[in-house]
Design a binder for this molecule. Structure first.
Ligand code: PMP
Length: 384
């Protein structure tokens, strides 16, 4: 846990585990240690709890029990569905479509299919707000397209994609399956799974456990399992179940969805407050769009001060933010998302991403903005 004097504004990367999740975790761990596939009561009791969690998730999404596959998170869910669909449907074709702004777990899956397995992938451009158009998806569809994958909410800038319009286009004009990475949508914006064939979710983004996620896959979707060897997860993901984590998914989701609208309204207000404060600082350009955007994510550039310098400055002051996707922090390349939006030069190298939460306060944002302002005055060319 961060120390009390720190300000945690990196909730897009990961979020603190909800107290109720922690409590249940500690309550269950000493009791539920048996293998959930064991035939004795210790095993079947756990299997029962896992399936109860699965049923609650199915009820939340209005889907079927066996359409949920527990995974170690969204990276695994994305890899599983993208490669699994590609491999299982080669008789129909080897063409796949995605966008240039997807999470690295999606892009790397497509790149591997392209380079190692001879698939053809269309990476669609986005506009200067990071949004792909349904028309571009339509134009890219071919008779041999088997999968279209588009994220719901971009994790770097918060842009909401036109998922319903894309789903209509895919359903009316092709036999391709439609996959949506819903990681930054769950618990943050209103959405449903109508018109979506498969979706990925991650629990640690919504105050759940790390290494915990789900893959939703409609029954009709043909998919080759990647992790073979066991009967677990209907044969789609072998290996002894991470039972406690799976049992906790339902609780995590319920807590995240409780009062979602109220939390959303609070964060909308925070977002406006933050944007107003940032706009008042000389040398800041906000990269997140104004409309059709998640209020939880604010991406901006501190012109003339690189991301690294600004992040270090905030860090030494106990303020935790990130520059781009946390899955790419070891790369020295600037954000592929901002680059795809047409951002370049200094603005591209000076991005900061703030991930708000319903626990963030205006006071924390005031402190953060005052440090950013001082940083720009000290290090930047905007010195007075
Ligand atoms: N997709 C998106 C949009 C994400 O933001 C993330 C987390 N950075 C992932 C996938 C990967 O999720 P996980 O950490 O559960 O593997």
């Amino acid at each position: 846990m961060p120390m009390s004097k720190t300000i945690y504004l990196d909730n897009v990367s990961s979020s603190p585990v909800h107290q109720e999740v922690q409590k249940t975790l500690f309550d269950l761990y000493p009791i539920y240690y048996a293998n959930s596939d064991a035939l004795h009561t210790a095993g079947t009791d756990i299997q029962f709890m896992i399936n109860r969690s699965r049923q609650s998730i199915a009820d939340i999404f209005h889907i079927e029990l066996n359409e949920i596959i527990f995974t170690s998170g969204a990276t695994e869910a994305n890899n599983t569905i993208i490669k699994g669909i590609a491999f299982a449907n080669t008789a129909k074709g080897k063409h796949l479509i995605t966008t240039k702004v997807e999470h690295s777990s999606v892009l790397a899956s497509f790149e591997q299919l392209e380079h190692l397995f001879g698939f053809e992938v269309t990476y669609l451009d986005v506009d200067n707000e990071g949004r792909v158009s349904a028309t571009d998806v339509l134009n890219a569809l071919r008779p041999d397209t088997t999968l279209v994958s588009v994220m719901y909410v971009n994790n770097e800038v918060g842009t909401i994609m036109p998922i319903k319009a894309i789903s209509d286009v895919v359903k009316k004009n092709s036999r391709a399956y439609f996959h949506v990475d819903c990681v930054q949508a769950l618990g943050k914006i209103e959405f449903d799974l109508v018109g979506i064939d498969c979706a990925s979710f991650s629990m640690h983004k919504i105050n759940g456990l790390k290494g915990s996620g789900i893959l939703f896959r409609r029954r009709h979707v043909l998919m080759t399992p990647l992790i073979t060897g066991g009967q677990q997860e209907m044969g789609y993901r072998g290996g002894t179940s991470n039972a406690i984590s799976e049992i906790l998914v339902a609780k995590t989701m319920r807590l995240a969805l409780d009062n979602q609208a109220k939390k959303h309204d609070y964060v909308v207000d925070l977002n406006q407050y933050l944007r107003t404060s940032l706009r008042a600082i000389e040398g800041i350009v906000i990269n997140s769009p104004v409309e059709n955007v998640s209020p939880y994510i604010v991406n901006f550039s501190c012109m003339s001060v690189t991301s690294e310098v600004m992040m270090n400055l905030l860090n030494v002051n106990g303020i935790y933010v990130s520059a781009q996707s946390t899955c790419a922090t070891k790369s020295t390349n600037p954000s592929h998302v901002l680059a795809a939006m047409g951002v370049n030069g200094t603005r591209l190298n000076s991005t900061i991403r703030i991930g708000l939460s319903s626990s963030t306060t205006k006071e924390e944002l005031d402190i953060t903005c005052s440090i950013i302002k001082k940083g720009l005055q000290h290090y930047g060319k905007f010195q007075r």
